[in-house]
Design a binder for this molecule. Structure first.
Ligand code: 7TS
Length: 414
């Protein structure tokens, strides 16, 4: 996911598709710099969602009537859309989930419970979101497995030498983020997966921050599992997917039981449907899945590589303007390695105060631990302020962030 020379995005045209960006916050034009938490949604996504309910609403996979067939076709086409977007070989590789968190819990349960035992090592990293820590802690507790961690360097990268040393110990699984939600760091996923495969280690990639912000090809990455959320990629909340290498299904047990995921049910026991349906108990978020497909259409039209290059540019502008203010920016120096995310600490100022002052200027950022408490600890802070950019943000908004932080610094210096 490197920046390449691409035609610049037509940001003005893109912004017209996001009515919310033309609204005001605190009497000022909204400057939305919190897309790492959730992105805004273009008109086409909201329309896909309402169209489903207005013209196709029915439960999927259950009935033979006309509407049920329409809904099922739309839902399964959306699955194929996801597979195409991430470079998976077939729609069957895509399991619908509520998002990244549920996808990671699915792996830890469906694959983990069968394959991880007492004394086995589970390899994670210090830069994980809680969603890629807690399910593995729970698995370790259940099974008696050991947790191991790849450390993070002072400049916010994975310590690759340590990663390779830990992989040489042949852990059962290596679960790591493709891109940190705090540091922005883009990890060398393909290389890590290659090394893991050589060690006989299964790979689980948290793609929550990667998929929205640049091209993804799970086949080229060579991972066994790839998790992401729709809502960070212009899609609705409540839908995401776990993309699986098909062979992995043979090593997984069903995890949630209920309707749809079965073949035959008797009072005492049941047999199960084929994957991916086997892992989709109950009524799915069909309308949201269809709207997610519309989101991926939108992203693809914008060109994920161009989106990435645009975010690198905004990140560079923000970092350059913030540095002279004496703020400490966490993560890699080079904006190209951390597109779209600028997390910083203003010495002497509480992040919530910084965020509140920015909010007074209509600027939305996130303050807190960003669901990465161990990473905060690694950098000796309890909380930080995070600005995150997306395809609809402008250079003026990146500059407005720095102006706001400058004003906050001056306000508290008085
Ligand atoms: N993994 C990463 C790297 C994330 O950034 C997030 C959400 C998740 C997993 C969980 O995704 P979910 O959609 O299942 O909740 N990150 C953030 C964030 O940085 N601010 O708010 C949510």
């Amino acid at each position: 996911m490197t920046a390449t020379a691409r035609p610049a995005l037509d940001v003005a045209a893109i912004r017209r598709e996001f009515p919310i960006l033309a609204t005001e916050a605190r009497g000022r034009p909204l400057v939305y710099l919190d897309s790492a938490a959730t992105s805004q949604k273009p008109r086409s996504v909201v329309e896909a969602l309402s169209d489903f309910y207005l013209t196709s609403n029915s439960n999927v996979h259950r009935s033979v009537h006309h509407l049920a067939e329409r809904a099922t076709t739309a839902f399964e086409s959306a699955r194929a859309r996801v597979a195409r977007f991430v470079g998976a070989p077939a729609p069957e590789c895509v399991v619908w989930t509520r998002g990244t968190t549920e996808a990671l819990n699915l792996v830890a349960n469906a694959w983990g419970s069968r394959n991880v035992g007492p004394g086995d090592a589970i390899l994670l990293t210090e830069m994980e979101h809680h969603a890629n820590l807690v399910p593995w802690q729970m698995l370790a507790k259940r099974t008696g497995a050991r947790l191991r961690f790849v450390p993070v360097t002072d400049d916010g990268r994975l310590d690759l030498e340590a990663a390779h040393a830990r992989l040489a110990e042949r852990p059962k699984v290596f679960a790591f983020t493709a891109k940190s939600n705090v540091l922005g760091t883009e990890n060398p996923v393909a290389g890590l997966c290659r090394a893991a495969r050589a060690a006989g280690t299964v790979t689980v990639v948290d793609g929550a921050q990667a998929l929205p912000h640049g091209p993804v090809d799970v086949t080229a990455l060579g991972c066994d599992f790839f998790a992401f959320s729709g809502h960070k990629a212009l899609g609705p909340m409540g839908v995401g997917a776990l993309v699986c290498r098909r062979e992995m299904y043979d090593a997984m047990d069903p995890w949630q039981g209920g309707g749809e995921m079965i073949r035959r049910v008797r009072l005492e026991e049941s047999t199960y449907a084929e994957a991916p349906i086997r892992f989709e108990a109950g009524t799915p978020a069909a309308a949201d899945a269809v709207a997610l497909a519309a989101a991926l259409d939108f992203l693809e039209r914008c060109d994920p590589a161009a989106v990435h290059a645009h975010e690198v540019r905004l990140t560079a502008i923000a970092m350059e303007a913030l540095r002279p203010l004496g703020v400490r920016i966490l993560g890699p120096e080079d904006p190209a390695d951390r597109a779209g995310i600028v997390t910083f600490d203003v010495p002497g100022l509480h992040p919530h105060d910084v965020a509140t002052l920015l909010d007074g200027r209509g600027i939305a950022v996130r303050a807190g631990h960003h669901c990465a408490q161990p990473l905060m600890k690694r950098f000796g802070v309890v909380a930080t302020t995070r600005a995150s950019f997306y395809l609809y943000n402008t250079e003026d908004e990146a500059a407005a962030l720095a102006d706001g932080v400058r004003a906050a610094v001056e306000y508290f210096r008085r």
